[in-house]
Design a protein. Structure first.
Length: 389
């Protein structure tokens, strides 16, 4: 952006003060603002009779911020679908006094920049846990304001870029979904009849036929540190957690895991927290909430189980009948896992999966790099376009 004149926000914005008159049986969206410029969204609907404190209406294209979290990027433009939503006094909103001087869409992009977040920090004060933005100080801050034509050109450029990054993310998601469908198809061959499976060497069995419980308990010592992992939901594998400090943890025993083993989270199995231990996590530790199993190489393989457990239908079948306090407390016990019935593939199919799974994981690794670059593109462009006054 070319060198622009700077102008105080107070010359562009005026506090919006539209009091609410709510009907008892009416339903109203409540507004929340995501951090780091991620948008103004609905917190959900509330009945008028349930609103007991003062509220205000907000309107589309108003600038709205969180007094507490504006310094963390909780600021944005009210979208059309939240026109007439209600907010508390912790969410001041502002109308644009001169829309032909400052395009609300331009401001919507500007507030997502680091420059604007720094501006909000400068306008905030208070103790560590009570830092709030001061409106007078906020409205005194200056922003770069090019001509309306240049503002609109910037908005068009950023809108197009955002659409391209969204399209790329959707494209990558579609490819990875197809890759998972391929793996599930190879691991189950649900396209075949039982007779066809038998004819091609598939056998009926249980997971207990190919998995053997393999706990490796290790006594915890106060002078030791233990590398720790967790299991991501939706069959996304393991992730590294902070090491467990033996002098701090209340656990007296941890369980060592080895590369090539199968493990799962009792608590989150219902949403696909199953994984194969990779070489990078060999020798890490988990609690007894993560049952661990060796895989019989004569009848199955890590690649087969990796592919098989990508299916949400499998998670549901194993979870069925588990006891708990609602969806997020449905602990799946080892006997449920081991009693799960399935078709076990012949050696030729295991070999095919051994070749296909690494290809799909390599594909996703390449996609991860693309996703990171794609996610960084828009923030980098904002920093290039919007400078401080």
């Amino acid at each position: 952006m070319r060198q622009s004149s700077c102008i105080a926000l107070g010359e562009l914005l005026a506090r919006a003060e539209e009091p609410t008159v709510l009907t008892a049986d009416g339903e109203y969206h409540e507004v929340t603002i995501r951090l780091w410029g991620k948008g103004v969204v609905s917190r959900g609907k509330v009945r008028g009779s349930d609103v007991t404190t003062k509220r205000r209406f907000v309107r589309a294209n108003q600038l709205i911020l969180s007094k507490i979290d504006a310094r963390n990027g909780a600021i944005g433009i009210v979208p059309p679908e939240l026109d007439g939503a209600i907010v508390s006094n912790d969410f001041p909103s502002f109308i644009f006094s001169y829309p032909k001087r400052c395009d609300p869409a331009y401001m919507g992009w500007l507030v997502r920049s680091t420059v604007f977040v720094d501006l909000c920090k400068a306008a905030s004060e208070g103790t560590t846990n009570r830092v709030r933005i001061k409106e007078e100080r906020f409205l005194a801050q200056e922003i770069p304001l090019p001509s309306l034509a240049e503002q609109q050109a910037i908005v068009a450029h950023l809108d197009a870029l955002a659409d391209k990054t969204r399209q790329l993310a959707v494209h990558l998601d579609a490819i990875e979904t197809d890759a998972d469908r391929l793996l599930i198809a190879l691991a189950t061959r649900s396209d075949m009849t039982d007779e066809e499976r038998h004819a091609q060497g598939w056998t009926e069995g249980r997971l207990g036929d190919v998995l053997e419980s393999a706990p490796d308990p290790v006594a915890v010592h106060a002078d030791e540190s233990y590398p720790n992992v967790g299991v991501l939901s939706f069959a996304r594998g393991l992730f590294t957690k902070p090491p467990i400090d033996g002098s701090i943890t209340s656990a007296s025993t941890l369980y060592r895991i080895r590369a090539g083993q199968f493990l799962y989270s009792r608590l989150f199995a219902f949403e696909g927290a199953y994984a194969i231990v990779g070489q990078e996590h060999d020798g890490a530790f988990v609690s007894n909430e993560f049952p661990t199993f060796n895989i019989d190489p004569a009848r199955a393989s890590p690649a087969f189980l990796y592919a098989y457990f990508r299916s949400p239908r499998v998670w549901e079948q194993i979870t069925h009948g588990s006891k708990g306090l609602g969806d997020r407390r449905q602990r799946v016990q080892p006997f449920q896992l081991l009693n799960h019935k399935l078709w076990l593939p012949p050696r030729s199919q295991l070999d095919l999966l051994e070749a296909t799974v690494p290809a799909t994981t390599a594909l996703k690794a390449r996609h991860a790099a693309l996703r990171a670059a794609n996610a960084a593109l828009l923030p980098a462009t904002l920093e290039r376009l919007f400078g401080a006054c």
